[in-house]
Design a protein around this ligand. Sequence first.
Ligand code: PLP
Length: 470
Amino acid sequence: MNDSSTSGELAAGLRELLVRLAPGDRLPSSRELIQQYRVGPATVARAIALLAAEGSVVTRPGSGTYVARRAGTEKGAVDTAWQTVALTDRAVDTHLIAEPRLPPPAGTITMDGGYIHRSLQPTRGLGAALARAARRPDAWDRATANGLPALRAVFARIAGGGVTPDDVLVTAGGQSALSIAFRAIAGPGSPVLVESPSYPGALAAARAAGLRPVPVPLDTDGVRPDLLAEALAMTGARLLYCQPTFHNPTGTVLAPERRRQVLDVARASGAFVIEDDFARHLGHGGPVPRPLVADDGDGTVVHVTSLTKPVAPSLRIGALIARGPVMERMRAVRMVDDFFIARPLQEAALELLSSPSWDRHVRALGADLRQRCAWLTAALSLELPAATVTSAPAGGLHLWLRLPPGVDDTALTAAARQRGVAVSAGSRYFATEPPAAHLRLGFAATAGHAELEEGARRLGAALREVEAGR
Ligand SMILES: Cc1ncc(COP(=O)(O)O)c(C=O)c1O
């Protein structure tokens, strides 16, 4: 029996005990539980963590673990049953991007994350940048709605081509930028073409804006312009969402000859192209292609960028870049949403991007990502020889793994979690039926080599278990 199932059993036993105790009562000490249930201290710690995460107990360091107050037993408990009647259609569905209700048990290897591990973040530089930003006398003043001019200038320079600071709108990261763009460009009920597979957060944001995602297949060279033209003609869509550079989840890069074709096909149909350039700073050391917006001469491209991926998830600063009336629309949506982005965070981002250590950080991060990608690829070929890494990515944070025929990705994800490794089921990345079963495996959110190898080992065991149970 593995440790997570023992801790699950202990938690179940303790739940029965809780029923007999009153809120505020103290649970037996860890030592008593170890003796009583004949388990190890790690198992007890995991079981208590499970109960604390579900709100059944509260732990007070140095004092003990206590039964939590139960909902409904507190004085003044609120009866919200009427809301079920009042809240009709569900407009916002976050099931594709929501975090699991319970945190993973301690010891779980996280290969489902979309951000870099803390050890890869430029924490010292970021801390210094934030401290400098906070010392400015105007740190807490109102910022202009478009964003700090100097920060917009940096984003314009990174985009290249003829982009100017006036074409830039600072946002609270990439997800917010996507949500703004979808709402500004198309009305409820409109189709939006998406690469298939695509980023679930974009699918969720499009649906929350009332749009209808229509998949367009992707091959190893990115979205297929012939099928894109067909889909535009068939649906009358005025919008394509794509990730030309290090696509999430496949890692694909749009081939050089297709870049112009995609823009021309979109232009011919009078459609906008949202270019999600989330991975600009996540190249593995090789050349990173120019963004589409740098070669856009007529305002077709709405470019999305973000600093959360190469820096840290809570540096929630990103930008939208666009030309023409669409920018006015997006500015209006941003204003209505939140007036402007917190100034200290904008100042900190500016300090960080302008510091001499920024380029060093991006280079070091690229080398680390390349190494981790190679480690995970090697470990997977050893532990899951029947599964296929669809392509060797030259950038980004993930591998896209095609599963052997007949294996259900959701069942495998659940079995893997039981064995202490969190991975993402591929079906979440498709707007309609997936053509085959995949997993997305992140190599950047783990602590390092040993964890990647162990994660692959646990995943291999989970796959064998799922295959044996078929
Ligand atoms: C492709 C892609 N775009 C945008 C985002 C949004 O990231 P953030 O809002 O943290 O900038 C993500 C995050 O996972 C992503 O994978």
